[in-house]
Ligand binder design. Structure first.
Ligand code: S3P
Length: 178
């Protein structure tokens, strides 16, 4: 049994949700997605929260949800791409488990987020430029993860298997079990 959580961070479109599902399936533990929990508790889409409360309002709700969800144990916790920006969030997540960060190239991210309009931060004229800018600004924040995982040319299953190998070697993971 995992004693603590596996926390997935990383930019939008790096595969946190898909990898989270594979991890949850392979380890037979629940996947909790912070954005999904926010949408459920606010009864609003992330887009509408951004429209009504702005990014700052969303970030407050996000921190409150991270506080709540980081009390869990034995879960995969998938975070929104901007969760790493606040030290407060990172401290709570770090106490709650091991932090992984999924990385991908801006070209790949653009392909993965594609025509979806579910990401308010990428709705402008030039999403590719926006991705590159945000990646640049956020680079030092993503680098704070315990383990960085390159997702290029790899399936969510392959990535999940690599993550399991990594966490098996960590002290808060009991390798006898799973
Ligand atoms: C955001 C990423 C989104 C969501 C919100 C803000 C960000 O989550 O939390 O749109 O700042 O990178 P995903 O990374 O799951 O798309």
């Amino acid at each position: 049994m995992i004693m603590k959580n596996i926390v997935l961070t990383g930019f939008m479109g790096t595969g946190k949700t898909a990898v989270g599902h594979e991890l949850a399936r392979l380890l037979d533990i629940p996947l909790v997605d912070i954005d999904t929990e926010i949408e459920k508790s606010e009864r609003m889409t992330i887009n509408d929260i951004f429209k009504q409360r702005g990014e700052a309002g969303f970030r407050e709700i996000e921190t409150a949800m991270i506080k709540k969800i980081s009390q869990r144990e034995d879960s995969i916790i998938s975070t929104g791409g901007g969760a790493v920006l606040k030290d407060e969030n990172m401290e709570m997540l770090r106490k709650s488990g091991i932090i992984l960060c999924l990385m991908a190239l801006p070209e790949t991210i653009l392909q993965r987020v594609g025509s979806s309009n579910a990401r308010p931060l990428l709705q402008g004229e030039n999403p590719f430029l926006k991705i590159r800018e945000l990646l640049h600004v956020r680079k030092p924040f993503y680098a704070k993860a315990d383990i960085i995982i390159d997702t290029e040319n790899r399936t969510p299953l392959q990535i999940a298997e690599e993550i399991i190998e990594h966490v098996r070697h960590r002290k808060h993971y009991n390798a006898n079990d799973k």
